[in-house]
Design a protein around this ligand. Sequence first.
Ligand SMILES: Nc1ncnc2c1ncn2[C@@H]1O[C@H](COP(=O)(O)OP(=O)(O)OP(=O)(O)O)[C@@H](O)[C@H]1O
Ligand SMILES: [Mg+2]
Length: 383
Amino acid sequence: MTQQQTAGGDVRLVGISKTYGSFTAVQPLDLTVPQGSFFALLGASGCGKTTTLRMIAGLEEATTGTVYLGGKDITDLPPYKRPVNTVFQSYALFPHLDITENVAFGLRRRGIKSVKKQVDDMLELVQLGDFARRKPHQLSGGQQQRVAVARALINHPQVLLLDEPLGALDLKLRRQMQLELKRIQTEVGITFVHVTHDQEEAMTMADTVAVMNGGRVEQLGAPADLYENPRTTFVANFLGTSNLIAGEIVSTGEDLVVAAGGGKLTLPRERCSAPTTSGGRLLLGIRPEKISLAHADDADDIAAGCNRVTGRITDSSFIGVSTQYVVESPAGTALQVYEQNIERDSRLTPGAEVVLHWNPAHTFGLDAAQDIDAGATSVEDAE
Ligand SMILES: Nc1ncnc2c1ncn2[C@@H]1O[C@H](COP(=O)(O)OP(=O)(O)OP(=O)(O)O)[C@@H](O)[C@H]1O
Ligand SMILES: [Mg+2]
């Protein structure tokens, strides 16, 4: 990639906000999207994702703040003068034009006559070379969406904005298209800003994910970092599932010891984003797949130094690769445990007394002043 390109596609938002009357849709926001990266804005319905995207595109005027592209202030530029293209959820292809003409549209509008080579290249990029003469209604949803991407990319934008582009597709096709879009982005190397409310989609595709909640970015980072080190209950619950256990710090050191659920649990101090003074309240977080489940009769076999919680299985669902258990315990009424299906213990059925155990290093700590259930409504529920 050339130096020039490197400088060109940086999107920087400084103090960008949007209010509608007395309602604030986007709180003042500072954000940098590095050139060439795949950036996802992730959040539940109404949190301000589309509004943020539209301010980058110039389709929405920012109430405060500045939008920079490659270091240049573009806040006052109209949309058509910004080197930015948007792909929406509805493909909005021209139904009467064939695929070639749909893709060529931006070039024709700029008076460019010889479009064939560029259109062919674009169709090859999105792997639709054989469909050039079809009309949009003769393509599947995923194919139409790829045409929409080709139609946007042919204008050589420095930034491609995608607003829930895969929302209308069924799950399987959506998964395919996620990989496809990621491949296209890697191949063309331009900055993609992708809006989605699907956490799996954001994690699969993006280099960096910004988790939005109520018009604010709660946390920003690489997918694995966000997943392993959530700093708020919202991020812990919205990005996958977390067990959050309320407790009180009883001793501090390199490890914190926390009294919780009638026992003591340990976590590394460095994994705690809350104040760590003795006597302080804390929420301990542990992901369901990090927990192992032992029948109470085998409790003696659990390695020393593990965090342990005793409880009773109230529910179990076999989902193929894993079995998902719900466990009632003094530490929480519905702890989630995912066990890979390798050697299933036939005693682990609802009603069984069990011991949950895990490596203390896998525990994270959050500020107890937050709503423990923030973000817990799953994406599917919100739809
Ligand atoms: N023109 C408008 N006038 C008043 N309120 C608006 C307007 N446009 C958006 N809003 C409000 O701003 C908030 C953020 O809207 P936005 O479209 O950015 O949400 P979103 O995160 O994209 O949600 P979704 O996932 O449902 O698309 C919402 O509460 C919405 O009702
Ligand atoms: Mg939206």
